[in-house]
Design a protein around this ligand. Sequence first.
Ligand code: SF4
Length: 226
Amino acid sequence: MKSTISVREVASALSLKYKDFAHGNKSDPLEEILFILCSVKTAEKGYQRTYKALKWAFPTRSALARASVDAIAEAIRGGGLSNNKARSIRIILNRAMDQFGSLTMAPLRRWPTAECEAFLTSLPGVGKKVARCVMMYSLGREVFPVDTHCWRIGRRLGWVRPTTKDGRPSPLDMDRLQAKIPLHLRFSLHVNMVSLGRELCTSGKPRCSECPIAHLCPRIGVSPKH
Ligand code: SF4
């Protein structure tokens, strides 16, 4: 199939250029949730700083679990939406205790993938994209998180069309795009599309003349709208 060939060629070209760099994501699932929560509505440099500030203020999970919502919010104030994020962190830690008897999400490693996703998306601040990031980076699952970069590039490459009026990916759109990516390419393609989206295929003005997949992109020479 033409689109499958395109996916494989894109994956191969991006892997050559970006070397599957994992962007600082965490191998521990609870840590990954905290890390991603810090990234919501925050630019990359900002969320790396916010996550470090959280770790500096509460070096251990038990210290974080003892902290008030206000204290957590104060620690992550630099990252935006700090009150919401702090409330989510508090609830997530409580859910971990209730579900697993300690401050961990590691038992999810033994859960079936569908159950992992259902549990993770039941947590506050965790939608399908975040759940799949946690599953891919920390639980070793062959899923494809559709973040803003993967969605923008997938659209420009003609792999997927949005079903929503505002052009943002619905959960259904995320499933449709994921279904186009062969299992063994999902990790590599995700991390490398994030690299491409940050460096060249930006939302404003993509630098197509430097793009390693320009020869595969139907939008080359066209001024992308999204
Ligand atoms: S050629 Fe341009 S629009 Fe296409 S993927 Fe590359 S940077 Fe994005």
